[in-house]
Design a protein around this ligand. Structure first.
Ligand code: SAH
Length: 215
């Protein structure tokens, strides 16, 4: 896919109007053809600002949420980033345009393989993938400058936060007792102390512990 799509320009303008103001983030979204990441049958909705179903009963996130989460990470091109929940690969592709290297973990083999083909097609060579349980993080590659979780964690994900560098930022949807989900930003200061702030309400598919049994 090399054809620029006029619909992506429209989408970027809409995201800007809704608070995605970082021009690097907007440029990364503009350069990432979401049409390549959604199932064929939804291609006419690829540039709508909504989440869409993907294989294995999962979803590709809403572009606004991708924009706001990416912006909340305050990325630069020296950063080593960990993503939990590769899914379609769309969020990873956006991150890859802003960071030095992206490590992404998915529990479904089918999704990981489909995402891999997209990364190859887009020549995104700075993404490293693994199939497995992302709740354990990626100890061999830790610590990370930035961590993003794109599935709803039942509780504060301590194992992942332990893999965050001093000065690091993590963005994680965490379930509330009431059944809603809040996007939390964790900031680890230079002394290693962790602070957290609630950013907004979100709705992600659940972060599921353990290996996927099938697919
Ligand atoms: N970032 C994705 C959104 C995917 S939805 C995108 O841009 O398309 C969340 C994904 O998290 C799903 O694919 C789901 O299978 C995956 N997931 C859930 N629990 C997981 C776990 N413990 N380890 C790794 N991936 C997980």
């Amino acid at each position: 896919m090399t054809e620029p799509d006029a619909r992506v320009i429209q989408l970027v303008m809409s995201l800007r109007g809704q608070g995605v103001t970082d021009k690097h983030v907007l440029a990364a979204i503009e350069r990432t053809p979401r049409g390549l990441f959604v199932p064929e049958r939804f291609s006419e909705h690829a540039y709508d600002d909504r989440a869409l179903p993907i294989d294995c009963g999962q979803t590709i996130s809403q572009p606004l949420v991708v924009g706001l989460m990416t912006q909340a990470l305050k990325l630069d091109d020296r950063h080593k980033v960990l993503e939990i929940g590769t899914g379609s690969g769309y969020q990873a592709a956006v991150l890859a345009r802003l960071a030095r290297r992206v490590y992404t973990i998915e529990r479904y083999r089918t999704l990981a393989k489909e995402a891999e083909a997209r990364f190859t097609q887009l020549r995104l060579t700075n993404i490293t993938q693994r199939i497995g349980d992302g709740t354990k993080g990626w100890p061999e590659q830790a610590p990370f400058d930035r961590i993003i979780v794109t599935a709803g964690a039942p509780v504060r994900p301590e194992t992942l936060l332990d893999q965050l560098k001093p000065g690091g930022i993590a963005v994680v949807p965490v379930n509330n007792a009431s059944g809603t989900q809040t996007l939390i930003r964790y900031l680890r200061d230079a002394e290693g102390e962790l602070a957290e702030e609630a950013l907004m309400d979100v709705r992600f598919v659940p972060l599921v512990e353990g290996e996927a049994k099938a697919l």
